[in-house]
Ligand binder design. Structure first.
Ligand code: G3P
Ligand code: CA
Length: 328
């Protein structure tokens, strides 16, 4: 009888509560802790316990879908075969074969760079490569991470058409990868480029789409008050929705809005949720911001520090996601 009780407690602890879950997302696998978008980072996030791995994808010249935030090789994190950091913006991912890409090291932020100062706690691992998306899916499967979710961002831009495949073949390739891995219920497709999401909704209605937005400075994808619609929003003009991004998301057929956390207020969260949308802001790293957003009852948070968010969730008595058994 007593041992049964312990089993129940153990199961509850391991599962961390599976009911309607707050979505704890490790941004780029938890960039604050491990080299971004690498298998090491994703594995670390599984050790910590997260609901979702947030990640970005591109496609190599020979058609391999890989996990990378940048359309080109980023000199802040990439070293060539001789171990030297790239002097400048490197080649486009789409110009390299997967084999060529494997010649570069993505395991450590360039010492002394501003980027390193922003993520000084990150533990580098020399020799880490830009992984294929399939390798990540395989890793999660090997780890038995069968509840783990994947929030996959298409890194294409309406302002840089020649950098990548066009939206349709790009999205079709991603849908095929997700379907092949049997992950249509555990993967979401996110993008600032809403063309991607419109195509995904049409071609794979079983996969949830996530509408990203930013209204900050040069990165403003929403462009309120401009004479024409923003090229990022697939023809939806937020001015037609009284300046409400949430209402534009709803009109576009979305169910999840993922805004820059700096763009939202409690009232905007309430309004979006009253429309039936989930609100999952990015990328939130400071305690005060995390606490404020938890107070506002957002549906999830994307953070570079999933460990920190877990502690805050536990302190509030919220359910927390399972950590997965270490890889053997
Ligand atoms: O999930 C949204 C967030 O990842 C967007 O920002 O630039 O890190 O891809 P970025
Ligand atoms: Ca991203």
């Amino acid at each position: 009888m007593q041992s049964k009780g312990w089993i129940v407690i153990l199961a509850a602890t391991l599962l961390g509560g599976c009911a309607t879950r707050f979505d704890l997302q490790a941004h780029r696998g938890g960039r604050g802790l491990a080299p971004e978008n690498t298998l090491t980072a994703f594995s670390n996030a599984m050790n910590i316990g997260v609901t979702t791995l947030e990640l970005d994808v591109g496609i190599t010249r020979d058609g391999v879908m890989v996990v990378s935030h940048d359309r080109y090789l980023n000199p802040d994190i990439i070293r060539d075969a001789s171990g030297v950091y790239l002097a400048d913006k490197g080649p486009l991912i789409s110009s390299l074969t997967f084999a060529e890409l494997q010649g570069f090291d993505a395991g450590r932020i360039k010492p002394g760079s501003n980027y390193e100062k922003s993520f000084s706690q990150q533990k580098g691992l020399d020799g880490e490569r830009i992984p294929a998306l399939k390798a990540l899916f395989d890793l999660a499967e090997k780890r038995g991470a069968r509840d783990l979710r994947f929030n996959i961002e298409t890194k294409i831009s309406p302002n840089a058409a020649s950098d990548t495949l066009p939206p349709e073949p790009f999205v079709r390739a991603l849908i095929a990868e997700i379907r092949q891995a049997g992950l249509t219920r555990r993967a979401t497709i996110q993008s600032f480029d809403w063309r991607t999401l419109q195509i995904a909704q049409k071609e794979a209605p079983e996969i949830v789409t996530v509408y990203l937005s930013s209204q900050q400075g040069a990165g403003d994808t929403v462009q309120i008050g401009k004479p024409s619609a923003s090229p990022w929003l697939a023809g939806f003009d937020v001015d037609d929705y009284a300046g409400s991004v949430a209402r534009a998301v709803k009109a576009a057929g979305g169910t999840v809005w993922s805004p820059n956390y700096k763009d939202i207020t409690n009232a905007l969260v309430r309004d979006a949720q009253s429309l039936g949308l989930k609100v999952v802001p990015w990328t939130v790293n400071d305690d005060a911001d995390l606490v404020r957003l938890l107070d506002w009852k957002v549906d999830g948070i994307i953070t570079d520090y999933p460990d920190k968010l877990r502690v805050l969730m536990k302190a509030r008595g919220m359910d927390w996601p399972a950590s997965y058994p270490a890889f053997k």
